[in-house]
Design a protein around this ligand. Structure first.
Ligand code: DX5
Ligand code: ZN
Length: 221
């Protein structure tokens, strides 16, 4: 695994013009669309569901849609997102009773699967399910809101996750989510991360997404 991937989080996009915002950021060179799903239960915020994912596909978005579930329970929404056109689905191990089963369910639905680790969640569970994981997503903020500050301890966790992934010899992406910007993306990449979610640094609420912001993030790597 080598190429870097930029996955703009549409959480910071202008939802009234979502299709246009996504088109703009993809035209600027972004690779994936990061799709944050919040349920006002697992996290204290409420966002978007499968209908919006389906709407983006119908709008003509062909890029991978990276669904980040911040919901509890996890399993019952997985088939709906698969049908709505999700490419990958990641969830937090704390939010499901049976981590292995939820990972398998995602793959059975034809999507790539992933686990998301909150800042204070250890990586322990990973080694027991590593053969069912395509993405390891490290939260570098506490989940629930865009625009928070990057938690520096995540860099050490990224180095540890990189070691675990390399030792496994598997084709697994190491993704980071929260507070990523042009100033810190270089050191995050140096810690072994290959996939970068960025919301507020790429989208401005109520403004056109600015291609130069994307360019500055990529150039900083
Ligand atoms: C937080 C979300 C993130 C967040 C990223 O719970 O998972 O995807 O919106 O936004 P920024 O880049 O603004 O931290
Ligand atoms: Zn996210």
């Amino acid at each position: 695994m080598s190429d870097y991937i930029i996955a703009p989080s549409i959480l910071s996009a202008d939802f009234a013009r979502l299709g246009e915002e996504v088109d703009n950021v993809l035209k600027s060179g972004a690779d994936w669309v990061h799709f944050d799903v919040m349920d006002n239960h697992y996290v204290p915020n409420l966002t978007i569901g499968p209908l919006v994912c389906d709407a983006l596909r119908k709008h003509g978005v062909t890029a991978p849609i990276d669904v980040h579930l911040m919901v509890k329970p996890v399993d019952r929404i997985i088939p709906d997102f698969a049908k709505a056109g999700a490419t990958s689905i990641t969830f937090h191990p704390e939010a499901t009773e049976h981590v292995d089963r939820s990972l398998q369910l995602i793959r059975d639905q034809g999507c790539q699967s992933g686990l998301v680790f909150n800042p204070a969640t250890p990586l322990d569970v990973l080694e027991w399910v590593i053969d069912k994981v395509d993405i390891v997503l490290l939260m570098s903020v506490n989940p629930g809101f865009g625009g928070q500050k990057f938690i520096p301890a995540t860099l050490e966790k990224a180095r540890q996750a990189r070691e675990i992934i390399d030792r496994s010899g598997r084709d697994i992406r190491l993704e980071i989510d929260g507070g990523v910007n042009a100033d810190n993306i270089g050191e995050i990449a140096a810690a072994g991360v290959d996939t970068f979610v960025s919301g507020s640094a790429l989208f401005g609420k109520g403004q056109d997404s600015d291609p130069n912001r994307y360019d500055s993030i990529v150039k900083a790597m």
